[in-house]
Design a protein around this ligand. Sequence first.
Ligand code: IMP
Length: 430
Amino acid sequence: MTLQVIVGAQWGDEGKGRIVDWFAEQADFSARYNGGDNAGHTVTVGSRIFKLHLIPSGIIHPQIIAILGNGMVVNPTTLFEEMDFLRQAGISVTPERLRISYAAHLITPAHQALDRALEAQRGKGSIGTTGRGIGPAYTDKATRRGVRVGDSLAPDFCDRIEDHITESNRTLRMLGAPELDSAEICDQYRKVAARLEPYIADTSLELHTALQAGKKVLVEGAQGTLLDIDLGTYPFVTSSNTTAPGALTGLGLGLDAARDARVIGVVKAFQTRVGSGPFPTEVFDDLALRLRGTGEHPWDEYGTTTGRPRRVGWLDGVLLRYATRINGIHELAVTKLDILSGLESIKLCRAYRGQDGEFTDLPFGPADPRRYEPVFEELPGWSENVSDVREWNDLPKAAQTYLDRLASLAGVPVRLVSVGAEREQIVPHS
Ligand code: IMP
């Protein structure tokens, strides 16, 4: 098996970074296929915490070649900051180790300004975006006005940036937002072009060649299944295909690459979401505080990118089952089991009830506008601290029962469980 896809099975923030880190030890390439610096992937190695927004977290392993695929939108300012941060941490970031698709799109300050202005205009109906310019960059891509990474190689690159700023200023004016100085941005992007050049590549061809040679490619999904533009809780979604099949188009791979691919769905032991949109199993008050944490620990439920407190709730087995189906998940990695220790009982949503009956598959997917109530079952909790457990059989029986039930709702097995933020705090299923 040469292609492994790590995908978030919820609304993002499932802890994909640390799971990627675990699998990356055995991989040759680590590739991202969607989104941009709206993502925040955290890997903890001893006292060092790596928070990466754009560069695949596999790069921390010295043998890895990191790929930014054509499906991504790349903010060069974040990219350069991240490259500098990694270098300062002693990680080699060279054109041999970091490859960026010529067909990925560039994010500019105009996209960020438009993101903010559009959110302000939406008022109460705002999506709660990360403000990183993701939606406007993908809008420009879809309307064929986008500026691609490869365009930075063209002699008329600055003219294209200027046209893009002029066009964006027109919209900003209509939205009543301040306009941008195109000369300043052109100057900035001229420097960006020079710095990007050595890293630009045909990453589709490179990955194809690597797979043909039997190399192991670890694919790192950003955000989560329920934020997918087509299959998520639309319109409260991001603007890309976050689901595993998007890895093919987002990396320029053909269907043959999927033949013996393995899809690992990362699912938090409870549910979280940041931003607006439906969240049927959401909890509030003391229980919410208990699951979210106060913000004093790096693993508490506050956004890696925005610092916003995350909404929290019980695990939604119906949406997990949906995620398993549309991603083709083979096995699950469950994260943050340790956070549930000490709860007297734990609820799990096993179905939805509406006027027309009870459903284990929502009739019109997660964005179904009709009203359904979650149907919960309640399992006993456990009091033991599990953060030092490394063997499946050492997990408390109640924790094993909870994981077994989660697996049976999803319809696929649990392969591993994380019980803390540290690299070695992983319990493989025996
Ligand atoms: P955007 O991707 O910035 O346009 O934001 C759209 C929605 O996706 C908002 O609800 C964001 O909070 C959410 N979102 C975007 N990226 C992430 C992520 O990496 N983790 C969790 N939520 C995200």
